[in-house]
Design a protein around this ligand. Structure first.
Ligand code: AP5
Ligand code: ZN
Length: 217
């Protein structure tokens, strides 16, 4: 099963990806997590990406497309994958089409901007696994600690309110056109057309999880 999770910053893509990957046994491919690993490792890519990520902009299409193309050739992607935060621009989506990468489902998680700003300010993450919490809406079992490892949780550098606003702006300009792109393709049908599923992202984490899993089954 090949799935794209589409949605603005803080819509809950990472949170839901965590359940979907367990349920369907496909790896999560988060370009954001891949870039954050590169930042942590201090690679050339990481040094370049950090500057862009801290301002809320997007890393160049060429770099991202190559990263993903290389990632999906790994053996764990043989039965499918879950794209989280990719594609994020029309050229990224076109590159997948041109490479003949099949997509079965596009799941859009739709959340209003005002709600997103609230979510980002309370987000805490476990950097090694990408597991995501919220201080009020999805708290860890022990304050400040990852449920599985007990390791400390951190706040992401790009979760400052000013950066979040910029990320929302970039989302509306460059990523939201993919809603039309995939929903029209889905409506036209044809042998390679994905199914388009729109989920209202307001509700508890569990309610949204159940809706997504039911729609994918
Ligand atoms: P990326 O890591 O992809 O960030 P993003 O798209 O901005 O999305 P987030 O990870 O912030 O949000 P999310 O939807 O995963 O929400 P989460 O589940 O954490 O990208 C970061 C940067 O990398 C980009 O800005 C760009 O620079 C670069 N980049 C990445 N991919 C790229 C690409 N393809 N091309 C170019 N550049 C790229 O949830 C958020 C919070 O809400 C959490 O605290 C969570 O606990 C809480 N929450 C979740 N669900 C609920 C709920 N139902 N109710 C209440 N709270 C909830
Ligand atoms: Zn995420």
């Amino acid at each position: 099963m090949r799935v794209i999770l589409l949605g603005g910053p803080g819509a809950g893509k990472g949170t839901q990806a965590n359940y979907i990957k367990e349920h369907f046994g496909v790896p999560q491919i988060s370009t954001g997590d891949m870039l954050r690993s590169a930042v942590k490792a201090g690679t050339e890519l990481g040094i370049m990406a950090k500057k862009i990520m801290d301002t809320g902009g997007l890393v160049s299409d060429d770099i991202i497309i190559n990263l993903v193309k290389e990632r999906i050739t790994q053996p764990d992607c043989a039965n499918g994958f879950l794209f989280d935060g990719f594609p994020r621009t029309i050229p990224q989506a076109d590159a997948m089409k041109a490479a003949g990468v099949p997509i079965d489902f596009v799941v859009e998680i739709d959340v209003a901007d005002a709600e997103i700003v609230k979510r980002m300010s309370g987000r805490r993450v476990h950097p090694a696994s990408g597991r995501t919490y919220h201080v009020d809406f999805n708290p860890p079992k022990i304050h400040g600690q990852d449920d599985a490892t007990g390791e400390p949780l951190i706040q992401r550098d790009d979760d400052k309110e000013e950066t979040v606003r910029k990320r929302l702006e970039v989302y509306h300009e460059q990523t939201e056109p993919l809603v039309e792109y995939y929903s029209q393709w889905s409506a036209q049908g044809g042998k390679d057309a994905p199914r388009y599923i729109k989920i209202a992202g307001i509700g508890t984490v569990e309610e949204i999880r159940d809706q997504i899993i039911a729609a994918l089954n």
